[in-house]
Design a protein around this ligand. Structure first.
Ligand code: HEM
Length: 492
């Protein structure tokens, strides 16, 4: 052995242990002694190793990296971390699947989460994005019930095609996202070869206080690569952790994945003229009308040292944002502002922001005190109220923007019914045409849907065929034929 110092094994409180594998007992085969604190300490800690897994996005992979501003964007955004070309910000990214448990297969047909924490000089901003530009819902009350249908049947504890398609057929605003999900983009080959999208509309604030609505696109520099349905099914069996392995080994070998970041800009005036609500995240913004403008690059260059400490305990939230980058009135986004820190207080504890992977470089919160696991000094002897004797500065330049935020109306329980704006099936129809431009993509979409839909009850299948008919009559027919071929009615 070299001269390297061998550490001494101790109990949790630092007492040296003679032999951690020799429990104290009476005689050689007699009962244990309660005085054996080393054993009790070890068992008690083991008994508490598991924390709740994320209620969604439980299976994931993380890595550190760097964001660099590549193009001047200061005419559009006044955030400090975007203030000059070449400015770099340290980051932590976690990719995930959505519906499966912590041990589920990476190749599942599912949206992929793409969450990045930027440790800026003005605190952390989190981009909690997916690899799909649209989403299933536009009323947040649907999220918990929609997710239930993606998870397990409460009686059988099985994934349940009837439950899933029953929800889809009765909540057809999800049609656009369902078509993205059942295209081959629903099974990316790995985390490096897929894009990231904000999905939601955010607000970028200019230096003069005016703002634009924006959507963010992160395009993979590795090129998009997807699996076919059959490849994904096979991979789920042979290597359920293939995306974790791919990410870890790429970074370890020095092949750092990167994404070029673009913004789409919609002025408040343009927003008023849109045929759909600017806050409807079941829609994309057409690129010819809202071109992509490049502003940065995200590169992942360092693996975590400890999966639990860093990746599992990472806590992202769309509510973490910096001056110059604001959330919008999108009701789904607004609900997320509540939901993420709420679940994190449950999953990780009140002081989850003190965990190193979540910790901003400079936080000064002397009015927030105590709580379980206050491990950062708890603001020491500083006043825990706005004291006249030790005043703090408050940033006076951070304003609520009342322009375009004047809301008048009566309180209503609003059901955003499908079809009311007349355009709900237009973008799905365009997507069907776009898929037709690449060989096999329409065929794969039909096949991927049929594989899943054939497991649902006939009345649910029929309602779903009707939904695809509204997109394109030929598409609806192809889905009907392919599904019934796999689950012929005569046999039922
Ligand atoms: C009402 C709608 C939604 C609700 C209530 C919701 C709720 C949640 C919750 C509770 C978590 C677990 C967080 C944690 O334990 O740390 C989560 C994770 C996540 N959500 Fe959502 N979500 C919603 C919509 C969305 C949308 C629209 C997107 C993407 C555009 C998204 C992207 C993500 C991602 C990427 C994660 C994983 C973050 C990580 O890696 O830790 N969610 N969501």
């Amino acid at each position: 052995m070299s001269g390297k110092r061998v550490p001494t094994y101790t109990t949790t409180n630092g007492n040296p242990v003679k032999d951690p594998l020799a429990s104290q007992r009476i005689g050689k085969h007699g009962p244990l002694l309660l005085q054996d604190f080393a054993l009790i300490d070890l068992l008690a800690h083991f008994d508490r190793e598991r924390i709740p897994e994320r209620v969604v996005h439980a299976k994931g992979s993380g890595a550190y990296g760097e964001f660099e501003v590549t193009d001047d964007i200061t005419d559009l955004n006044c955030a400090d971390f975007l203030s000059k070309i070449g400015k770099k910000t340290k980051t932590f990214t976690r990719f995930s699947t959505v519906g499966g448990e912590k041990g589920s297969a990476d190749a599942a047909r599912d949206p992929r989460g793409f969450a990045t924490k930027f440790y800026t000089d003005e605190g952390n901003i989190d981009w909690v994005y997916n690899n799909t530009p649209v989403f299933f819902i536009r009323d947040p009350s649907k999220f918990p019930v929609f997710i239930h249908t993606q998870k397990r049947n409460p009686e059988t504890n099985l994934k349940d095609a009837t439950m899933m398609w029953d929800y889809i057929a009765n909540n057809q605003e999800c049609c656009h996202q369902i078509m993205v999900l059942f295209s081959d983009r629903g099974t990316p080959a790995n985390y490096r070869q897929m894009n990231g999208y904000s999905g939601h509309t955010y607000k970028w604030i200019k230096k003069d206080g005016s703002f634009n609505y924006v959507q963010i696109h992160m395009k993979t520099d590795q090129g998009i690569k997807n699996l076919t349905n059959d490849e994904a099914v096979a991979l789920s069996g042979t290597n359920p952790d293939h995306a974790q392995e791919d990410l870890f080994n790429s970074i370890k070998s020095g092949s750092f994945p990167s994404w070029t970041c673009y913004v789409q800009v919609c002025t408040p005036e343009q927003a008023e003229k849109l045929k759909w609500s600017v806050f409807d995240l079941t829609k994309v913004w057409p690129h010819d009308q809202f071109p992509l403008r490049r502003f940065g690059k995200l590169t992942l260059n360092k693996n975590v040292q400890n999966y639990f400490a860093e990746t599992e305990q990472a806590a992202f939230s769309p509510s973490n944002t910096v001056p110059g980058w604001e959330t919008s009135a999108d009701p789904v986004l607004q609900s997320r502002l509540f939901s993420y820190p709420d679940t994190q207080r449950h999953r990780l504890g009140t002081n989850f922001a003190q965990i190193p992977v979540n910790c901003p470089y400079h936080a000064h919160t002397p009015y927030h005190r105590d709580g379980q696991m206050a491990v950062n000094g708890n603001s020491g002897s500083l006043p825990n109220y706005p004291s006249s004797f030790e005043p703090l500065q408050y940033r006076q330049d951070i304003n609520l923007h009342e322009k375009h935020e004047k809301w008048v109306g009566e309180a209503v329980a609003y059901q955003w019914v499908v079809g009311t704006d007349g355009v709900d099936f237009q973008q799905p129809a365009e997507l069907w045409k776009v898929l037709g431009k690449t060989p096999d993509q329409q065929e794969h979409l039909v096949y991927n849907i049929a594989v899943s839909l054939s497991g649902a009850r006939p009345e649910v299948q029929d309602k779903t065929f009707g939904m695809f008919d509204k997109v394109d009559a030929h598409f609806g027919k192809l889905v009907r034929d392919a599904t019934l071929q796999r689950s012929p009615r005569s046999k039922l």
